[in-house]
Design a protein around this ligand. Structure first.
Ligand SMILES: [Zn+2]
Length: 317
């Protein structure tokens, strides 16, 4: 399901990422401190290839949006205790006085055995904070003031965690070159990482998402404009309805949306216009004419596996 980089393509990819990062400020910072199983080990070829794939998925999102996020800098009476599910163990960990640099969303990444049929689990970070009103507002919204409204219109997260399935039942495809469109078997790590990172940016998880859900329909204005009305949701209200299709930006190719609940083996899914519209509705500001990765979605196998049935939220201040 994903692509993995050869050394040459990694270098090419990094050059592209650097160009994209000149355009937008948003940075998804991948942190492997809780990768206790070594799935992403920096000292193994497999781990390096998997890391490169995740960097590629992060760079897609970074290249789409121009938001600036305030730093969370605890000091003195201003205290910030972040909490998140460890991707390596599934237990909650606390990070006292975590510093979150400007424009960065921190993504703790790891792998563990997940229940059968689940490819990955995203845990949106929670926190406790104390201090000045300004500090508390920054902890909650990072300068995205629409996130503080009773009916939220924006989202300014510090980050969270993503756990990928490491059991023997999941055959990952680690693509050495995400820009190519070869057929493959297995589950595409690139597509799954992109899906989970999109959840961390608020799809199905932010208050500004919840406040646009009416019944089983998402009513964000950009989505309604694109879709000609509200877009139907899965019963979990955190994904599009199963089988929803849209087009990849820059193409007229129909593809199952990245943010429906499942991914088949042998399939690459990029973010479609519908997926991007929803992120815009959550509060992210699209960069005009952002160029996504080429779409490729060869359908080779029919087995479906759930992407993220678990969306945990824990927030208080
Ligand atoms: Zn999901």
């Amino acid at each position: 399901m994903h692509f993995g980089p050869s050394l040459k393509s990694i270098l090419v990819g990094l050059a592209v990422v650097a160009t994209v990062r000149d355009v937008g400020a948003l940075t998804l910072t991948l942190d492997y401190r809780y990768d206790t199983s070594g799935f992403f080990s920096a000292t193994s070829a497999d781990g390096q290839a998997r890391r490169a794939v995740l960097e590629g998925s992060a760079s897609v999102l970074e290249g789409l949006f121009s938001d600036t996020l305030s730093a969370i800098t605890p000091a003195g009476d201003n205290q910030f205790y972040a909490r998140v599910e460890s991707p390596g163990t599934g237990s909650q960990v606390e990070l006292p006085n975590l510093v979150v640099p400007v424009d960065q969303v921190l993504v703790f990444v790891g792998a563990r055995n997940l229940e059968s049929g689940v490819l990955a689990v995203t845990s949106v970070g929670g926190y406790s904070a104390a201090g000045s009103p300004e500090f508390l507002a920054t902890a909650a919204a990072r300068g995205q003031t629409g996130a503080l409204l009773g009916q939220a219109t924006d989202f300014g997260p510090w980050g969270g965690s993503i756990a990928f399935a490491s059991g023997t039942g999941v055959n990952w495809y680690v693509d050495a070159d995400p820009s190519s469109t070869e057929g493959f078997s297995g589950y595409d790590l690139f597509s799954v990482a992109l899906h989970e990172m999109t959840h961390l940016l608020g799809f199905g998880t932010a208050d500004s998402w919840d406040d646009r859900v009416q019944g089983t329909t998402f009513m964000g204005p950009a989505t309604v404009s694109l879709w000609g009305g509200g877009a139907g949701l899965d019963p979990d209200l955190a994904h599009w309805k199963e089988g929803t299709t849209s087009t990849a930006p820059g193409t007229s190719d129909l593809q199952e949306a990245a943010m429906d609940p499942t991914l088949a083996a042998g399939v690459r899914k990029v973010l479609t216009r519908l997926d991007v519209a929803a992120l815009s509705d959550v509060g992210w500001t699209p960069i005009p004419q952002a160029v996504p990765l080429p779409a490729s979605a060869p359908l080779l196998l029919a087995a479906l596996a759930g992407l993220v049935p678990l969306l945990r939220r824990a927030r208080n201040s």
